[in-house]
Design a protein around this ligand. Structure first.
Ligand code: ADP
Ligand code: MG
Length: 464
């Protein structure tokens, strides 16, 4: 395999040098560590002052012309400065007459707050029971999360009218969607409109999060198109994602005509705070033991393990539980309310390991996640023959949120998975660090070194 390793470096060689930054640790430990690393400590404010960084900006929220009660909400969340996508997209989205927007920005850079702020600034508070804004997401978990963010940024808007339109939330036939802000999944929303439970005649804004996924996938794409056709012609369309493959971008520009477009270059796609590694497993059958070894050795905070099928998710959960690990599993076979409870358990830290499928690959924001494992490398297309660079990027993006650091470890076990990882690395123009399954001291050292740090020095150049 060595001949293919152009993009994959050997153990000990750090591709994008992670920096040990010690903050957000328990008090006494932190003080000791801060002392040791005093001169490399990087605060979010430092990162945000660097305008080349995706989190940096020259402006403040106060300059963006937002309503006072929305500004208050952002302040209450501790958002000191807008990120780059917020700084660039907000004035464009808020300008009158409204214009469509296609915005791409790396995972964990605050896209949600950008569109939520726009929605909150656009709805007419005097008509709280008239649907005015519709936000669509690919999973119930993401829809719920967006609903929560609306509640947080909108906490100073009296009786904030927001409702989720996800499976099971609104009684079939009898229920009505009677809140000005509606967050949902496309299938449920499309059903509600068709059954006339959801009056869309006054909708002003349509937000589609994870838009490339939402417009591309057979099922979701059809549903989104169907929903859009039922909306007023002049609705403002806002499309957001970390990835917009060429093919989808074409369709996106038809879906959101004459849009302002914010795009990333290929080399900007990866988040510098995420250290990408891979584990070369002798065979598929060895992957499970290696996974357990990894968890036996490491104290990693919260982590997510991505697998291909629901069955293998449940199997791994069973085996890890039997081996004494406390793990949760979440996938599409679970009931909606069960899924909500499982994710809540993970968010709160009561459960530290979450095993899941692609259903949670996108959007989920849990800042304590410091490690993502691709137990099965993401593949797509007929017979799963194509490597799936977008899903890879979204999965690893569950860590390294808003300037934090994280580790991703992708398991490979044969030529197919090795080739796929190599192709992903070429697509993204990145190097990955190899971890050896027979050198656990070194593996532990490498992973812990990164996880122990809390903010990435990503692209930060000290001024002094
Ligand atoms: P994305 O959708 O771009 O992947 P999110 O919208 O989920 O990212 O935001 C990631 C995290 O960053 C969230 O926890 C959010 O609270 C935080 N965040 C967003 N904007 C800011 C800001 N301006 N300042 C500080 N934190 C922010
Ligand atoms: Mg998001």
């Amino acid at each position: 395999m060595a001949d293919l390793a152009s993009r994959i470096t050997q153990p000990g060689v750090q591709a994008s040098e992670p920096v040990a930054v010690e903050a957000e640790k328990p008090a006494e430990e932190a003080s000791k560590l801060l002392e040791n690393n005093y001169d490399v400590e990087v605060q979010l404010s430092d990162i945000q002052n660097n305008t080349d960084n995706p989190l940096g900006s020259v402006h403040t929220f106060d300059e963006l012309g937002l309503p006072e009660n929305v500004l208050k909400g952002l302040r209450a969340l501790g958002f000191q400065k807008p990120s780059k996508v917020q700084e660039k997209a907000l004035p464009l989205m808020l300008s009158d007459p409204p214009r469509n927007m296609i915005a791409q920005s790396q995972s964990g850079t605050g896209k949600t707050a950008a569109f939520v702020t726009t929605v909150l600034s656009r709805v007419d508070a005097t008509k709280p029971s008239q649907p005015q804004a519709l936000l669509l997401a690919p999973s119930r978990e993401l829809a719920r999360q967006i609903q929560t963010v609306i509640g947080q940024i909108g906490q100073f808007i009296p009786d904030l009218p927001v409702v989720a339109a996800i499976p099971g939330a609104i009684p079939r036939d009898t229920g009505r969607v009677d809140k000005s802000i509606v967050v949902g999944t496309p299938g449920t929303v499309s059903d509600l409109i068709k059954r006339r439970q959801f009056d869309v005649s006054q909708l002003r804004v349509l937000v589609i999060d994870e838009a490339d996924n939402m417009l591309d996938q057979q099922g979701l794409g059809d549903q989104c198109t169907r929903v859009k056709k039922m909306l007023p012609k002049d609705v403002q369309v806002l499309l957001f994602s970390a990835t917009f493959p060429e093919k989808v971008m074409k369709y996106a520009t038809q879906f959101a005509p004459n849009a302002n477009v914010i795009k990333l270059k290929t080399q900007e796609l990866t988040v510098k705070g995420i250290s990408q590694m891979y584990m070369d497993c002798p065979s598929e059958a060895d992957k499970y033991d290696i996974l357990c070894k990894l968890y036996g050795l490491m104290n990693v905070g919260s982590s997510i393990i991505f697998v291909k099928t629901r069955e293998s998710a449940s199997q791994i959960q069973q085996r890890m539980t039997n081996d004494g690990h406390k793990v949760s599993v979440l996938h599409g076979a679970y009931e909606g309310s069960e899924r909500d409870a499982l994710l809540e358990e993970f968010r709160s830290g009561r459960s530290k390991v979450l095993i899941t499928t692609n259903v949670l690959a996108r959007g989920i924001d849990v800042s304590t996640v410091s490690m993502v494992i691709n137990y099965d490398i993401p593949m797509k297309g007929a017979g799963d023959r194509m490597h799936d660079t977008e899903t890879y990027l979204h999965r690893i993006g569950r860590t390294g949120r808003f300037g934090r650091v994280g580790v991703s470890i992708t398991f490979i076990s044969d030529k197919k998975s090795y080739d796929a990882l190599n192709a992903i690395a070429v697509d993204l123009g990145i190097d990955l660090v190899a971890l050896a399954p027979d050198d656990w001291d070194e593996t532990e050292l490498q992973v812990q070194r990164i996880i122990k740090s809390s903010r990435a020095q990503a692209e930060f150049v000290p001024s002094g």
